[in-house]
Design a protein around this ligand. Structure first.
Ligand code: ADP
Ligand code: ZN
Length: 610
């Protein structure tokens, strides 16, 4: 191209290649900067369309684009999707045959390659040297928060990316990520040494996510089972903290007739790859996974993410729960948490090898997470505030927004009893014994010195479950704190100023409704069936026919169904019933290549359904 590419060129590509009619959110601003050759830092939420932000400038600018991405699986999917669009893209890694690699490099040198995907490890190796001197259009650094040790998935490999500037002088660089608090943001700019970058930070809102969190109570597997049952037939992820838990949950779900698999770092690479592939390809599979099932997961139609154990931090929560509903359709996030989780998180942070300053940050992050989970603020508003977005409105759709108990009930009297009992009994018993003491239920471990205390039996009127809710609330809010070793923790007093204020009646402890009265929670939008709810019955039949065709097509080609067309696109076809190629091309998500490749089959289905 002789003249510099402009935004109108970008719009033309968006429609011709990708089949989309308009840019979303900040895409246009980011692209404008990149087209002008400026370095960019772009922070867009998951599903915000980050890949387009660099792909389009790469297609428009002279030279080949270089995309640095952390995971092979992630790259493979992106490259597949690009090839399906007719874009010349390849993945380079050290495991590939030298000839294939040589061919890709030759094509890039000759101006016959649009973009190359490469991992930071590969870039630091001989392969990276081979890239020197290639005419590059733009370097994109995906998941750029990995460069920061303040962030939540620091990758030492990313630290070597500061060399890119010297290795490819004059080539603009774009760092993109879905997650970064202020400190991580500054760290990315500094570590990558971006020159006078355009910084674009999108809203962190995800309007299609309905969020909820609930304290763990009773049998966790049974709870997860009932949550999944209410969402049967939909794809979802259940995150658990341990490998063992993922296996057990997957087992329990499978036995109950819900297709489920386990995924964790203890499985060999082939098993992991096969399972991840199945998750992408099949509809309605539930993956029970540790966070090892992570960044490579960009299946757009994940309908729910359940945290059977809480995540590590609010950032990690947002990223994990953000794997639901990337297609913009209604999706749910439900997190379970308990006092033992808080204890574990704090002790991990304290015992980690990290420098003291980083430890402090980690402890702070754990506390903020539990304050968020246990808090009564609108979930989305709370996350947005955490990421520095002021003045966001309540979402109206999360558990806290929908909670009818209003301000909750005043549990200050119970809280006074519990804290007093902790003091009287000498801060040396655990939660179970404390509750027995309060209820005046002496068990095997009856200890006379405790039974004579004035707090013995003062809380008889409250049930065991009621007391657990009160004590947990006090642990989460810091009036009480668990001490001692991990296995047999004892409860002590927490923040002494706060406790004093409580005793003097200057502070209040409020609880949500009685946990025993917990009902099945189900977001209204998701229950209605999301996308298909908007279709008439007749159109729904066509939609299902299109999905069946897509699944067949995807199987034949060995790609995930959404690489062919997204649900949203199929629904639009079912509703609009285009009569010819032109009509079909007018539908969002249908570009030139896809119309060419699938147009006939799709139009035939529309005719059949008439
Ligand atoms: P991210 O990496 O930010 O999570 P992706 O780049 O994977 O998001 O994009 C998420 C989905 O949104 C993809 O299926 C993509 O094709 C689609 N998408 C991106 N930009 C647009 C747009 N302007 N209009 C419609 N769909 C878009
Ligand atoms: Zn809300």
């Amino acid at each position: 191209m002789s003249t510099a590419p402009t935004l109108s060129h970008a719009r033309e590509l968006l429609s011709r290649i990708y089949g989309y009619s308009a840019f979303r959110g900040l895409q246009e601003d980011v692209i404008a900067d990149a087209l002008s050759g400026r370095d960019v830092l772009a922070i867009l939420p998951t599903g915000g369309g980050k890949s387009l932000c660099y792909q389009i400038p790469m297609l428009l600018r002279e030279g080949c684009g270089l995309v640095v991405s952390p995971l092979i699986a992630l790259m493979a999917d992106q490259v597949d999707a690009l090839k399906a669009l007719g874009v010349r893209a390849e993945r380079l890694d050290s495991s590939m045959a030298p000839e294939t690699r040589g061919e890709a490099l030759r094509a890039a040198q000759a101006g016959e390659m649009d973009m190359l995907y490469v991992s930071p490890e590969a870039l630091a190796s001989r392969l990276g040297q081979a890239l020197s001197g290639l005419p590059l259009s733009l370097i994109a650094i995906d998941e750029a928060h990995c460069v920061s040790q303040w962030g939540h998935d620091f990758r030492p490999d990313y630290r070597t990316l500061d060399r890119l500037k010297a290795q490819f002088p004059g080539v603009p660089r774009m760092a993109v990520t879905a997650t970064a608090d202020l400190r991580t943001r500054e760290d990315m700019l500094a570590q990558l040494d971006l020159s006078d970058p355009g910084v674009h930070v999108a809203s962190f809102d995800r309007p299609n996510l309905d969020l909820a969190a609930e304290p763990k109570a009773g049998d966790r597997a049974a709870r997860i089972l009932s949550l999944v049952k209410a969402r049967a037939g939909r794809s979802g992820i259940v995150y658990a903290a341990t490998r063992d838990a993922t296996e057990k949950l997957a087992d329990a779900l499978s036995r109950a007739g819900h297709p489920a698999l386990a995924y964790h770092a203890g499985l060999d690479g082939d098993t992991r790859a096969t399972r991840q592939r199945r998750f992408l390809l099949e509809d309605g599979l539930v993956m029970c996974a540790t966070v090892a099932f992570g960044m490579g997961v960009d299946k757009p139609d994940v309908r729910f993410v359940i945290h059977a154990d809480p995540p590590k931090s609010v950032e990690a929560y947002w990223q994990e729960v953000g794997r639901a509903g990337r297609d913009g359709e209604p999706a749910e996030g439900i997190a379970l948490y308990g006092p033992a989780d808080l204890r574990r998180a704090l002790s991990w942070a304290r015992e980690s090898e990290a420098e003291p300053a980083i430890k402090q940050v980690q402890i702070g992050k754990a506390r903020q997470l539990f304050a968020f989970l246990n808090g009564r603020q609108c979930r989305r508003q709370a996350v947005r505030a955490y990421f520095g977005e002021e003045g966001a409105e309540p979402c109206g759709a999360c558990d806290n927004c929908l909670d009818e108990s209003g301000a909750g009930y005043d549990a200050s009297e119970w809280a006074k009893m519990a804290t007093a009992a902790v003091k009287r009994t000498g801060e040396r018993i655990g939660r179970g014994r404390l509750i027995n003491h309060l209820r005046g239920e002496a068990r095997d471990d009856f200890d006379e010195s405790m039974a004579v205390q004035s707090t013995y039996g003062v809380g008889e009127a409250l049930s065991q479950a009621g007391w657990r809710a009160v004590v947990d609330e006090l642990l989460f809010t810091g009036y009480l704190a668990e001490k001692g070793d991990m296995l047999r923790p004892v409860i002590g007093l927490g923040d002494s100023d706060a406790v004093r204020a409580l005793w003097k009646g200057e502070a209040e402890v409020r609880l949500k409704a009685d946990p025993a009265a917990r009902r099945e929670r189900r977001s209204k939008r998701a229950a209605k069936g999301g996308l298909t709810a908007e279709l008439s019955e007749r159109d729904q039949a066509l939609f299902e026919a299109l999905r069946a065709w897509r699944l067949e097509e995807a199987r034949t080609r060995g790609v995930p169904p959404y690489v062919i067309f997204h649900d949203r696109t199929l629904a639009a076809i079912a509703a609009e019933r285009p009569g010819d190629m032109d009509g079909l091309r007018g539908i969002s998500g249908v570009g030139e290549k896809k119309a060419e490749r699938f147009g006939e089959a799709v139009l035939a289905l529309v005719v059949d359904a008439a």
